[in-house]
Structures are given as C-alpha cells and as structure tokens.
Design a protein around this ligand. Structure first.
Ligand code: 5GP
Ligand code: SF4
Ligand code: MG
Length: 448
C-alpha cells in the first residue's frame, strides 16, 4: 500500500512506490488519483508492469493518490477484489486501500446486510466503506473514527477523498506502515523501501491506534483507540518485507542477520560450508556463517525470472515454481557437509526439494537450520497461512520433519531467539506478533 498527498506527479510516484512493493503480492495492482474535484481509478489483475503503461499516466492527473498491490489471502482472488476500491455517493467519493484482516467481518457484514446494505465483493475495504457511510453519514473524521472503532483485527488503511487523505493503523500495529516526506508532499507506505526509490525521507511510523488526516492544512494526528503494546508481525522480518526496508525503525536485513547469529548460538553444527536459499534467507545465512566461523557460499542459485513461489495460490503451482526457481552449485557443495539455512518452513515444499537437490549435486551431508520457529498456527492477521493442515510443523516433531525432508539434522530458531533478533531497546513500545509460531494471539476475535 502506498499513498502520496500534495505532488504534481502523484500517480507516477505512486507507480514507482508500488514498484518497490511488488514483492508483497503479484495478483493485481491499482491506483486512484484525486484532482481535488473527482477521483479516477485504474486497476487490473497481474503485475504492476502489466497493469500500467505510459498512457495511463496521461489520464491520471491530480496531486493526491493511493495505490495498492494485490496479495491473495483466503480466497479473495478475482478482479472485483483488487484495491483500491472506489465508492461514489451524493456527498462525495472515497477510495480505500487496506492490508490486513478484519476478524469480525462476518458479524459486521451480517448486521449491515440486515439493515439494507448490499455488497459486491468479499473485501474488508468494502466493509469499511459501508460502515463509514452507514445512516447516510458524510465521509469525515467522525464517521471514519466510528467505523474504525467497530473493527477487530489487523489493519492498515488509506482512504482518499476529493479533499483529504486518511491513514489508520490498528491498535496493535500488527501490519507495518510508515510516513515519509518528499519535499512538501506527504507519503505513506507499507515499507520504507518505497521511500528510497522515490527519494523521499522517512519521518516516522504511523502509531498503533492512530488516525492521520492529511489535507491542504497539513497533517493532523488523532487517535481512534488507545495505543496497545505494538505487535508488529514477525513474519514481516522473517520473510515478507524487503531487506532494505526498516520496519518500526529496525532494518530487515539486520534483523535477519541477527536471527542467523542467534540460530548459530542455539544450534551449531560441524560442517564445511554455510549456504542460504535465495533471496530471503541470505541475510540469516551470512549471520549464521559469521557466528560459526564457517565460510558462507552460494550453494544455490535463483533464476531471477520466476516470482515468489509461496504466493502462487495452489500447491501444484508452488511445487512447479520451486523446480523452476532454484539450482544447486555443484562445485561448491560436492563432497561437503553443507549447512542449509532457510528463513522459514511453512508447507515444507522448499526444504524438501532443496535437500534433495543438494544431495543430488554431491553434498555429503545436509544440515537444515531454519531462522524462525516452527510455524504451527494459522495467521488471522492477513498473511496467507490460514489453514492448519497445510503447515508441515503443525502436528509433527522436529525429528519427524527432518525425516520427511531427508535432512541429516534439522533445528529451528526459538521464539526467544527470534524476538531478541528483532526487538531492539532503542525503539519505544516495540513488540512483535509471533502467533503463527507460538499460538499466542495478540488480538482475539471475541475481545469486544
Ligand atoms: P514452504 O516451502 O515451506 O511452504 O515455505 C517456505 C518458503 O516460503 C521459505 O523459503 C520462505 O522464503 C517462503 N515463505 C515463508 N513464509 C512465507 C509467507 O508468509 N509468505 C510468503 N509469501 N512466503 C513465505
Ligand atoms: Fe505475522 Fe504470524 Fe502474527 Fe500473522 S500470526 S501477523 S504471520 S507473526
Ligand atoms: Mg525462501
């Protein structure tokens, strides 16, 4: 998710911002722009580059814009689910972009439907729009605050109207969201790597429970909920975000490297070389190697022209993806005892193939070390791992998984090690969600 307020090239800059966020999803993209009087939209399925070309930017004119990259979680595929969503009413229009997951969606939707609302998509975005417009309310700070107060879950929203931009983050700050500046323009992004690409400077995090109102008068900060202890998604650090992003002022590469260091302290092994699965586990592999005093080598090469395998929605596609994606480097692994670092094991597809691949390329032993704890629980906060049956670690011991993936040994980082690697004393109110690893959910559906 990316937004900008107060720039002549708002749509183009949103495009560049989204380009830096492409790794967060590959199913679709959309941009809405405001020229102060009307809102215009273009969105479609596919990668950003397939959805937009030069001609679109001749039409999308205005000084405020919001864009989104579409990431499919539990069955929200299809073009009608691509964001932002644009809504028109007699009192004005609004575009909404959202990441996360509203846990009390069904209840709220049932309530609204019984009062006469009709929905055209499955999205949380549309739900929020209906809540805001309930009883014919105007779209303003009050109606948005009231709507946000009814939500339970993890969410980050950008709402664009003809005259204002509203930005909100859930009370636990589970999803990342940062504010930056580009000259006089205000920018907001899921990850700071989008600021770097457009030459913007980082200002601060959107605070948990905060609602920002950005207009001609500048930026006003209000609060729709009490700020809770921050619970930023640990998986963002483990896998999801780009290594050059800072989340809650902690650099992702550095956190990953520290995860590798902690892993080496917890689970060292007698070996000849350390290798990582590109790209997301390279940082952890470097940390592991450094801590053990072993050489870090490129034992696996990634084909640059294949997308993220996990994000493709079916298992069959995912399995094919891994074959196309990674190749062993025989000269490096042949006859060696290899430590293979991966950032995580979710369904087990990747590790299983890679151990086999390395052995076929002549590795004498393959010791698998995972730079996060076993993922045993579903995520209810917007990351796609929502069924327990799919998780290889859900009902298996570490030894059983090691046998299944044919590793000579296997160890995972502990939740304590992971937290130590991420949470740094220097940032106030730090804290992470580790629910998919520990089962301790910071937000429960029936909390209210
Ligand atoms: P598996 O192959 O075990 O199903 O998934 C683990 C691999 O997918 C890891 O190598 C990791 O890089 C990637 N991965 C792990 N967690 C996630 C996630 O939450 N989202 C996405 N998109 N990819 C993940
Ligand atoms: Fe992130 Fe896991 Fe928490 Fe979901 S449950 S928000 S993936 S740490
Ligand atoms: Mg990987």
């Amino acid at each position: 998710m990316f937004g900008i307020w107060g720039h002549d090239k708002a749509a183009e800059i949103t495009y560049y911002g989204l380009h830096a966020l492409q790794h967060r999803g590959q199913e679709g993209a959309g941009i809405v722009i405001s020229n102060g009087r009307t809102l215009q939209i273009h969105k479609d399925e596919g990668l950003l580059n397939d959805v937009f070309n030069r001609s679109h930017f001749q039409e999308l004119k205005g000084r405020a814009s919001v864009g989104n990259i579409h990431y499919v979680t539990n069955g929200n595929g299809g073009v009608e689910n691509i964001q932002p969503h644009l809504f028109h009413s007699q009192t004005g229009s609004m575009a909404l972009a959202h990441i996360g997951n509203i846990m009390n969606r069904d209840e709220l939707r049932g309530q609204l439907e019984s009062e006469g609302s009709i929905f055209q998509s499955e999205t949380d975005t549309e739900l929020l729009a209906h809540l805001i417009k309930k009883n014919g309310q105007k779209i303003n700070e009050q109606s948005i605050t009231n709507a946000l107060q009814q939500l339970v879950g993890a969410y980050a929203f950008v709402i664009l109207t003809e005259e204002k931009m509203y930005v909100a983050l859930d009370p636990h700050g589970i999803r990342p969201l940062s504010i930056g500046k580009l000259h006089d323009a205000i920018v907001v992004s899921s990850e700071t790597c989008a600021f770097d690409i457009i030459g913007a400077t980082y200002e601060r995090e959107v605070r948990p429970g905060e609602l920002l109102i950005i207009s001609r008068d500048g930026m006003k900060s209000t609060r729709f909920a009490l700020r809770e202890q921050r619970r930023l998604c640990a998986m963002e650090y483990v896998y999801f975000s780009r290594p050059d992003s800072d989340l809650n002022e902690v650099n992702v590469h550095t956190a990953r490297k520290r995860m590798g260091i902690e892993l080496a302290k917890e689970a060292p092994v007698d070996a000849d070389v350390v290798t990582g699965v590109p790209d997301s586990s390279i940082s952890a592999a470097i940390g592991y190697a450094e801590q053990c005093g072993l050489p870090y080598e490129m034992g696996l090469i990634k084909n640059r022209y294949v997308g993220r395998t996990f994000i493709q929605p079916t298992q069959e596609l995912r399995e094919q993806g891994v074959k196309m994606k990674l190749s062993p480097v025989r000269g490096i692994v042949e006859g060696k005892r290899v430590v293979m670092i991966d950032d995580s094991i979710i369904r087990g597809t990747t590790s299983m193939r890679i151990v086999r691949m390395l052995k076929e390329a002549g590795a004498k032993e393959v010791h698998v070390r995972i730079a996060s704890p076993p993922a045993k629980n579903p995520c209810f906060y917007g990351i796609d791992m929502s069924t327990r049956e799919e998780l290889i670690a859900a009902n298996r011991t570490v030894e059983e998984i090691a046998n299944l993936i044919c590793a000579d040994s296997l160890a995972f980082l502990t939740p304590e090690g992971m937290e130590k690697a991420i949470v740094q004393q220097t940032t106030l109110n730090q804290g992470v969600c580790q629910a998919c690893f520990t089962g301790q959910y910071p937000v429960k559906k029936n909390r209210k």
